[in-house]
Design a protein. Structure first.
Length: 222
């Protein structure tokens, strides 16, 4: 198995009917500002360096971001903020993530716990479970992985659930928060961070300075 083979498996998945119907509906009922776009409308695979030491793990593709462009954290406000920060600390070669062929290179690997856009950004427990094998295969294929940065609690919990399958741990012992750091029993280091959503950024729950300082800390540990 390679990441390229896994990408084909991910993009060919139709397991969750609710998510399939929703992702395809959005691809048809386009946002007015993207009427000229041929929306992706499929599950969105991870991307990045196969030898990555760092994984950035989000929740799911955005309706008019990843579900439009075919790349997670690409083409929306969350991506704009995240890559401005990643570029500032030297973890990305450019401060923008606009489309699949924009020349973006990252010092890491970026993916989502759920590969399809869910209604209201809220996947069901069954939908999260259905996607777990894909995330597990990403963990297993990234042989040099050292640090996981989880943007939000769902990604945080998804990482813990993967580790729990081979190493005993209690979920309640790992509290999510911005900047929390845990050494996991399989050797990975898990960091929690607030999701760079417009809601968090606009309310100043997450600022550029906060995220840059956090990413500098992570980069220092790499």
């Amino acid at each position: 198995m390679t990441l390229a083979v896994l990408e084909k498996k991910v993009t060919g998945c139709y397991k969750c009917k609710r998510l399939v119907d929703f992702r395809e509906k959005i691809a048809q009922d386009k946002r007015k500002s993207y009427l000229e776009w041929d929306y992706w409308g499929k599950p969105v695979p991870g991307y990045g360096n196969p030898n990555a030491k760092l994984m950035i793990l989000g929740l799911a593709p955005a309706a008019h971001g990843g579900n439009r462009t075919g790349r997670v954290f690409t083409g929306d406000k969350s991506a704009d903020f995240l890559f401005k920060c990643l570029h500032h600390v030297g973890l990305a070669n450019q401060p923008n993530s606009d489309h699949r062929n924009d020349g973006l290179e990252i010092d890491g690997y970026i993916t989502a716990a759920v590969k399809c856009v869910p209604p209201g950004d809220k996947p069901s427990p069954e939908e999260k479970n259905n996607c777990e094998p894909f995330l597990a295969q990403e963990f297993e294929l990234l042989k040099n992985l050292k640090i996981v940065v989880s943007l939000g609690k769902i990604g945080f919990d998804s990482c813990l659930k993967f580790v729990r399958k081979s190493h005993p741990l209690k979920m309640k012992d790992f509290k999510f928060g911005h900047g929390v750091r845990y050494e996991l029993p399989n050797g990975l280091i898990l960091y929690g961070a607030f999701h760079p959503s417009p809601r968090n950024v606009n309310t100043k729950r997450l600022t550029f300075e906060m995220m840059v300082n956090f990413l500098e800390r992570v980069k220092g540990e790499l």
